[in-house]
Design a protein around this ligand. Structure first.
Ligand SMILES: [Zn+2]
Length: 287
């Protein structure tokens, strides 16, 4: 079973504006965003717990708003309300959904790598804990209220393919097919981009093996590798431009599942299913 992520408890006091204490039997998990990019999680927590919960009026009307969880820009996960009580986040779905407010960044409101990892980890764990199906039971606020009412979370609503990938990442983590380290942020501006790396010194048509035995390739199979130079990762075990799936950034760590022997520069198959060079200029053994 998947390990529970680190959760910072910031329990909200009982109050009619955010934590009424109504029992909840959760069958869905709803993702939200706060409406503005680069608002960190602690600010959102403080708004719910110290402003709204005390009775906060805009015009003549009190605000009723809360969330079970808030995720910050550094991947911090805060919990405000127990998952067996309702919160006020998802309109008509409040009676059956756990809500997660997730901080976003940039003008398109995408997620930082750390936020994305925490979002996948938390959702995968909640699905496991509540016996839910990641592919069916993780929803957006917009799924409940419709696009005319609200685009929330706006990035996922505008990029349904990323929402799809997010649910697949959650499912893969829940099933143990990947680890938290293997999660790749599909909302990153670097995702699906290419860089001009020099990770391949051979040609796929070449029959020479001049790199082999030169000491440049890492030939033992590490459990994990660390990227020491930005490099493309590929969908298939080759260095073709058409197979590039994205950029692995300096400092990122990946789990290796297999060494792929090639005619030329070998590749690691990563636990995420992607392939990356073994070249010592780009990767080093981490564990
Ligand atoms: Zn929302």
């Amino acid at each position: 079973m998947i390990k529970k992520p680190n959760v910072i408890e910031k329990w909200q006091k009982r109050n009619k504006y955010g934590r009424p204490g109504t029992p909840l039997s959760a069958t869905k998990i709803a993702i939200h965003y706060t409406g503005k990019p680069d608002v960190d999680g602690d600010k959102t927590v403080s708004y719910f717990n110290n402003v709204v919960a005390n009775g906060y009026k805009i015009g003549n009307r009190y605000i009723f708003a809360s969330s079970h969880y808030v995720i910050g820009l550094g991947g911090e996960i805060y919990q405000l309300i127990p998952t067996n009580e309702i919160c006020y986040a998802t309109n008509s779905a409040n009676s059956y959904a756990i809500a997660i407010e997730v901080a976003t960044t940039g003008s398109d409101n995408h997620y930082t790598d750390l936020t994305y990892k925490s979002m996948v980890h938390l959702c995968a764990w909640l699905c496991s804990y509540k016996n839910l199906d990641c592919k069916k039971d993780i929803i957006t606020h917009t799924d409940v209220v419709g696009k005319k009412y609200k685009l929330c979370p706006i990035y996922m609503v505008k990029n349904p393919d990323k929402m799809q990938q997010f649910k697949i990442d959650c499912d893969n983590l829940k099933q143990g097919k990947i680890t938290v380290n293997d999660i790749i942020n599909c909302t990153s501006p670097n995702y699906n981009k290419k860089i001009n790396d020099n990770a391949k010194f051979d040609s796929d048509n070449s029959t020479s093996s001049k790199n082999q035995g030169s000491g440049e390739q890492n030939t033992d199979i590490p459990k994990m590798i660390k990227i020491i130079h930005d490099v493309n990762y590929h969908k298939t075990p080759d260095f073709k431009n058409s197979s590039i799936a994205g950029i692995a950034l300096c400092g990122e760590v990946f789990t290796v599942s297999q060494l792929i022997k090639r005619n030329g520069t070998d590749m690691y198959k990563l636990k995420s299913g992607y392939y990356i060079t073994t070249h010592a200029k780009y990767v080093e053994k981490y564990k």
